[in-house]
Design a protein around this ligand. Structure first.
Ligand SMILES: NC(=O)c1ccc[n+]([C@@H]2O[C@H](COP(=O)([O-])OP(=O)(O)OC[C@H]3O[C@@H](n4cnc5c(N)ncnc54)[C@H](OP(=O)(O)O)[C@@H]3O)[C@@H](O)[C@H]2O)c1
Length: 307
């Protein structure tokens, strides 16, 4: 619990456990979706320059705060630097470009600070450490209350340590029962880096079914979810909740912040309603045994990211 967020359950680092994900929400849909999410009780909104919806998200924040009678301080807002990616012909951002990109994001959101600023991926090549230096300076200036990274491996984090710089506070990574990353999480825990889980709902047959929204590995990963004997279906029936709630509750019980995205108000309400049941120890152990892959989004061991 944290009084800043009106009794909303928070992680050990004070992050509201359930954030609203906005990837694949179009800029024109973002004001309505984000305002609805805030009114449904979400106190963390996750966006990124790379989602091309920061203006709409900012508008949704203003609408949602005003409709709910909340102050800006009662909401946790995360956005992310697009660091460039030489593998895609997109030049890496250096220190100055990172500061400029941050200012562009703040202006698009219509905010004077964000609660968390992340480097979206370790694709900045030789500029990666300079990007981190810029984030440290934005934290020192109070414009980013916390800073972190996303999709970073142990090697990327060690690179920051080797440069003699403070380590990130958060690493936002793909985490769900099929991609649990135990070694990376143990390394992060040993170094005080909190995990934020994305794509928690990958095991659902309804995950990103719109054309063009899937990833190259979606079909392979989801083959198991069509199975009527899916352990998540059985757990959902046992606890009287949906499979989505089981997957999100697993993340919460592991201590992760989670970021479900939905454009459907009924699902938004369901995805934040995670605190009236508990997955028992036997089922947690069963899920522990389901880990099988690096995930469907970014392949964190991708050698392109070490350039
Ligand atoms: N840092 C990164 O690199 C990174 C990468 C990926 C994601 N993220 C962040 O994490 C957020 C969440 O990840 P995600 O967008 O990949 O996927 P997600 O939240 O795990 O799943 C979203 C998908 O599941 C469906 N869905 C949502 N709630 C449901 C429910 N209760 N029952 C059935 N289906 C449901 C949604 O469809 P409808 O919208 O139709 O409900 C959508 O297709 C993103 O929005 C973004 O903020 C970060």
């Amino acid at each position: 619990m944290n009084s800043q967020f009106n009794g909303t359950p928070t992680t050990a680092t004070g992050l509201p456990f359930v954030g609203f994900g906005t990837y694949l929400i179009a800029n024109e849909d973002a004001p309505g979706a984000v305002a609805t999410a805030i009114e449904a009780g979400y106190r963390h909104i996750d966006t990124a320059a790379g989602y091309h919806n920061e203006e709409g998200v900012g508008e949704g924040i203003r609408l949602g705060l005003s409709a709910s009678g909340l102050d800006r301080a009662e909401l946790f807002v995360t956005t992310k630097l697009w660091p460039g990616n030489p593998a895609w012909g997109d030049a890496p951002k250096g220190y100055d470009e990172t500061i400029s990109a941050f200012e562009v994001s703040l202006a698009a959101l219509g905010l004077d600070y964000v609660d968390l600023y992340l480097i979206h991926a370790p694709s900045g090549g030789s500029e990666r450490v300079n990007e981190w230096r810029a984030l440290l300076d934005m934290k020192a200036a109070g414009k980013a209350r916390a800073i972190g990274v996303s999709n970073y491996t142990e090697a990327h984090i060690e690179e920051i340590r080797a440069a003699g710089l403070p380590l990130p506070e958060y690493n936002q990574i793909e985490l769900h029962p099929w991609s649990q990353k135990p070694e990376l999480r143990a390394f992060m825990a040993a170094n005080g880096i909190a995990p934020i889980a994305y794509s928690s709902l990958v095991p659902l047959s309804t995950w990103r079914t719109e054309p063009g929204q899937d990833s190259s590995k979606t079909a392979e990963m989801q083959a198991a979810s069509a199975d009527a004997d899916s352990p998540f279906k059985a757990m959902a029936a046992k606890y009287g909740v949906t499979e989505a709630q089981v997957l999100l509750r697993w993340g919460v019980q592991k201590g992760f912040g989670v970021l479900p995205k939905s454009l459907k108000p009924e699902r938004m309400r369901q995805n934040i309603d995670l605190f009236s049941f508990e997955i028992d120890a036997a089922d947690m152990a069963l899920i522990e045994g389901m880990d099988r892959d690096d995930g469907v989004a970014w392949a964190t061991g991708d050698p392109r990211f070490m350039g």
